[in-house]
Design a protein around this ligand. Structure first.
Ligand code: KG4
Ligand code: ZN
Length: 344
């Protein structure tokens, strides 16, 4: 079964063609980083305008790369939330128009379920249940995952998402956007001690996260100890210390959730899951605690449409489709089992 998948929930215009929910025939991502860089974060109005400009060329390119025409497509999957409503509506409108004109089935997909399912594009053999940690610019949440699109929320950030604080700390240090990859690379050059920043909610039983205090701690540190241009070692100490604090919390809460839920397998996905230090620490924890940890490759960790195609395929297999009245939602919970209401 060939699924045309469309993802436009934030600042990437992405279209993919996926076969049988596991084989990528094409996976185009048109990044808007250049549009948002000078603002140090995503500007929603600019994002939706850029989606409008790029979505048709990106859809054409994805079909061409897959050597498929719209007539060859068996179903269309599209992200319906959570995300920026103006951005989501662009992808939804294109998906609905194509479904209507070509008489193809349409299904709406939750972006988070997409991140949790990206791993199946590379690991068909992974079995349920597993612990899913989605850690990106918009989300930091832990789930018990029983099947594709069958998730139970265990914990979530109470304020900023982890990727968001990477971006904000990089902005405060004048390092550029997006901050995650820049901080990741700088931290690899750590020669001396990293600066120690606080870890929120670490000793508490909750599986929730909180990162805004860490961001404030870095900003307060900079106010108390201003950084001059030639202090590269101290800059590296700051970003490495910040990164360690984020990863420590993610690791501790994921371990706590895995033990509590009796889950041996952990899947980490979302943009921050491409962080090299995070991968190293999770692999080390998996070895020590006799668990298995899985990460999609970095290009499948960040926003892409292939992951939406995986979920769409499984929904179509179950006979689930969405009507053309399908709408976009800024907030969209991931229910344990999708219902008709969820797919509308
Ligand atoms: O999943 P994604 O592409 O979009 C959202 O759904 O948010 O994630 C983007 C986020 C950004 O905040 C970016 O700074 C972060 O992922 N990110 C990283 C790395 N690569 C991307 N954070 C830490 N280390 C990285 N290597
Ligand atoms: Zn995402």
């Amino acid at each position: 079964m060939l699924v045309l998948a469309i993802e436009s929930s934030c600042d990437d215009t992405a279209v993919a063609v996926v076969e049988d929910g596991k084989r990528i025939l094409s996976n185009w991502v048109s990044s808007q980083i250049e549009v948002h860089r000078k603002y140090g974060g995503v500007v929603p109005e600019l994002a939706s305008r850029r989606h409008i400009e790029t979505i048709i060329p990106v859809t054409r390119a994805a079909l061409e790369k897959a050597r498929a025409s719209l007539d060859d497509i068996d179903g269309i999957a599209v992200t319906r939330g959570p995300g920026l409503v103006g951005s989501l509506l662009v992808g939804l409108s294109v998906a609905k128009s194509l479904a209507y004109v070509k008489g193809k089935p349409l299904v709406g997909v939750n972006h988070i379920d997409g991140h949790l399912s990206a791993v199946f594009l590379e690991r068909e053999d992974l079995t349920f249940p597993f612990l899913g940690l989605v850690v990106s610019g918009g989300h930091t949440s832990l789930y018990r995952v029983e099947g594709v699109g069958e998730t139970q929320l265990l914990g979530r950030t109470r304020d900023d998402a982890a990727g968001e604080v990477f971006d904000k700390v990089a902005k405060a240090l004048g390092l550029g956007y997006p901050g995650g990859p820049i901080i990741d690379n700088l931290s690899k050059r750590l020669g001396s001690e990293a600066i120690r920043f606080p870890r929120a909610l670490l000793s508490s039983k909750t599986l929730d996260f909180s990162f805004s205090g860490l961001k404030t701690a870095v900003v307060n540190y900079l106010k108390a100890h201003p950084l001059s241009r030639d202090e590269e070692d101290r800059l590296i100490g700051i970003v490495a210390g910040f990164q360690e604090a984020v990863v420590d919390v993610l690791l501790r809460k994921a371990g706590q959730a895995a033990r509590q839920e009796g889950l041996e397998r952990i899947v980490v996905s979302g943009g921050v899951a491409s962080n090299s230090y995070l991968r190293e620490r999770f692999c080390e924890m998996a070895r020590n605690e006799d668990r298995a940890v899985f990460f999609p490759s970095p290009r499948l960790c960040t926003d892409n449409a292939a992951m939406i195609g995986v979920v769409g395929y499984h929904y179509f297999q179950k006979g689930w489709t969405s009507p053309l009245s399908l709408n976009a939602f800024a907030n969209l919970p991931t229910p344990p089992i999708p219902t008709d209401e969820v797919l509308d």
